[in-house]
Design a protein around this ligand. Structure first.
Ligand code: ADP
Length: 346
């Protein structure tokens, strides 16, 4: 067997992504594992700019391979790249410059593995640990019971200041209870999967009911909420009404929470014979690019000073995907966000 033939077999059999560039950053080799990890075939990338395709930029410093090739050092780093389908993946990369026998610089070589899931698990584990700092739900419920007795005067007459303070304690403990409710619900979905109980229900009416329930919070911030429904056929779908209500409520609550006083929220309902799409658009602060890839992760919170569990969106994602639907966000910092989800009618 020819040496070059053997070389190709070895490169393509490696269980790790491998790529090489020439001194101008043009891709000259790309193995099968690299194709599988990124979705780019050899045809997509060989002879083209490694930097532009994988990193979507012309800044050579953004790419570990070109960085190490430019500065002639080896490096081991983690980097986020765009797959062919535009999804982001985290890679663990080892890169090294290449020199010919005369010591002239001729390019760079890189091996990489997909660590997206490892990174996600790591982030979630860290967040879960901080979450456990909170108490569990049962003691909070017991506390609320005693607080209610005190407030109602069953344990003796209280001054109005005492009542006021107890009410404040009650409000705070109900926030803790809400956090724990989210936490327990998420753990349940993780442990037992989310199995929707399908039934026929009218999603347009469900949206109106969710708005009605959120009205008090929206009024506190003087937010306008409107519905735009343009469904060709009936707004009736086959889904788990309770779970879908949870998704609409989560998105609406977030829109209210993250939109400043006087803003507007529009809920759009569109659909065709096969799918129904709900969009919740707000005029809030939007989400920065740093946070955007992670907001559907469990326990991830963009604004640490805000009150929330960081679970609303991950619970929504689990529910939508359990219905074979999709959920995503488009957001422009300082302008607002549009959260969308689609559900198949059946
Ligand atoms: P929580 O709101 O409890 O923090 P979520 O899972 O609902 O948790 O949301 C995760 C993060 O996504 C939030 O902390 C926030 O940074 C961001 N986010 C969600 N919805 C919006 C929105 N409508 N506008 C701006 N940021 C949002």
């Amino acid at each position: 067997m020819e040496r070059s033939q053997l070389y190709n077999i070895i490169i393509d059999s490696l269980p790790i992504g491998l790529t090489m560039v020439d001194k101008d950053g043009i891709t000259i080799d790309w193995n099968r594992t690299a194709e599988r990890i990124t979705g780019y075939s050899k045809k997509d990338i060989i002879g083209k700019s490694h930097l532009k395709i994988l990193h979507g930029t012309s800044d050579k410093e953004a790419c570990p391979l070109l960085r190490c090739a430019l500065h002639h050092f080896e490096c081991t780093v983690e980097v986020t790249v765009k797959k062919k389908d535009n999804g982001l993946i985290a890679l663990s990369v080892m890169a090294s410059p290449l020199f010919d026998d005369d010591g002239s610089f001729i390019g760079g070589i890189e091996v990489f593995s997909d660590i997206t899931e490892v990174k996600r698990a790591e982030r979630e584990r860290k967040n879960i640990l901080s979450m456990f700092a909170h108490d569990m739900k049962n003691p909070v419920i017991a506390m609320e019971g005693f607080l209610l007795r005190l407030i109602s005067g069953k344990a003796g007459t209280l001054t109005s200041t005492q009542c006021q303070y107890l009410q404040l304690i009650m409000d705070e403990s109900s926030k803790v209870k809400n956090l724990l409710t989210d936490f327990l619900e998420f753990s349940k979905f993780e442990a037992q999967r989310c199995d929707p109980v399908l039934g026929q229900f009218n999603i347009e009416k469900a949206i109106c009911r969710c708005i009605e329930a959120a009205k008090i919070e929206a009024e506190k911030k003087n937010l306008r909420i409107s519905v735009e429904a343009s469904v060709n056929t009936s707004p009736s779908i086959s889904a788990d009404a309770m779970l879908v209500n949870r998704v609409i409520t989560n998105l609406l609550d977030n829109a209210i929470r993250y939109t400043p006083v006087g803003g507007a929220i529009i809920i759009r309902l569109t659909g065709n014979d096969t799918n129904i799409t709900v969009q919740v658009e707000d005029t809030g602060g939007g989400i920065s690019e740093d946070h955007l890839p992670y907001i559907f992760d469990a326990f991830y919170r963009g604004a640490k000073d805000q009150k929330g569990s960081g679970l609303g969106l991950s619970i929504s994602k689990i529910i939508v995907e359990a219905h074979n639907g999709m959920i995503w966000v488009n957001s422009t910092p300082e302008k607002g966000s549009i959260f969308s989800f689609t559900l198949p009618r059946r």
